[in-house]
Design a protein around this ligand. Structure first.
Ligand code: MLT
Length: 241
């Protein structure tokens, strides 16, 4: 098994993903939100990069069967049913619904990851579930950090580093790229206080300014959700191998 890692979507091309399993990491907040939605039994999630495409796509279904979800600048898109706070995705709201989801960064990198064999979605909340699945698969892994607006996000890098370290702890022979070495070092520096990392990173401070401190507490929980969101053929469902 080899691990490659990109800190921003602009660093990789679709051909870099061929013959590999991709893992998209967007801690604040798309990965965490997607995990909550699947844990709470939504039917499926369709990531869409553009708002207009999301609105057009949602018209395919009966209004009762679909929810328009997503954010721009961290806040619910006008006219959408849900924003991008994991806490909105309660079972009473999302169970058996099709979620058309457009977030600024997470959806963008998911759509770009389509060329991979399969794509998993990881945050801190489902980290061990994703690591377990990657070890079972044994395929080479490309970790794709969503970043923010094309720039480096330390919270995504630290989460990616935790995935790298966890994989290496189970298989010391894994070959890792220099970027994965750097991410692992970042994880080792911040591992003792994940919530503190989220409270002090750029996007975390912005979410706090929007009154969304609770989201950071949720996104900082480690391996509390046993769900592996799997993106294939344009749709995210849970625990497909
Ligand atoms: C995301 O893609 O997760 C968004 O860019 C950030 C957010 O939801 O605040």
């Amino acid at each position: 098994m080899k691990i490659n890692l990109y800190f921003t979507p602009g660093e990789f091309q679709e051909e870099d993903l061929r013959d590999s399993t991709a893992v998209v990491v967007d801690v604040l907040r798309a990965s965490t939100t997607i995990c909550y939605a699947l844990k709470n039994r939504c039917r499926e999630i369709i990531p869409v990069a553009e708002v207009e495409e999301a609105v057009r796509l949602a018209r395919q279904w009966q209004a009762d069967d679909v929810l328009l979800c997503g954010e721009r600048e961290g806040q619910r898109i006008e006219g959408f049913d849900l924003g991008n706070s994991p806490l909105e995705y309660k079972r009473s709201v999302v169970e058996d619904k099709i979620l058309v989801h457009s977030s600024t960064n997470g959806s963008f990198v998911l759509v770009k990851a389509k060329a991979s064999l399969k794509t998993y979605v990881a945050g801190f909340v489902n980290l061990q579930a994703v690591v377990k699945t990657l070890l079972e698969n044994g395929e080479s892994v490309v970790i794709l950090c969503a970043g923010k607006l094309g720039r480096f996000s330390i919270e995504d890098a630290v989460c990616a580093g935790m995935i790298v370290k966890s994989l290496q702890q189970h298989d010391a022979k894994i070959q890792i790229a220099d970027s994965a070495v750097a991410a692992k070092i970042l994880f080792e520096k911040y591992s003792s206080n994940i919530l503190g990392l989220l409270q002090n990173c750029e996007h975390g401070r912005y979410l706090i300014s929007l009154g969304l401190m609770k989201d950071l507490e949720v996104c900082a929980q480690v391996s509390t959700i046993d769900v592996v969101p799997t993106y294939r053929d344009g749709v995210i469902k849970k625990n497909m191998r």
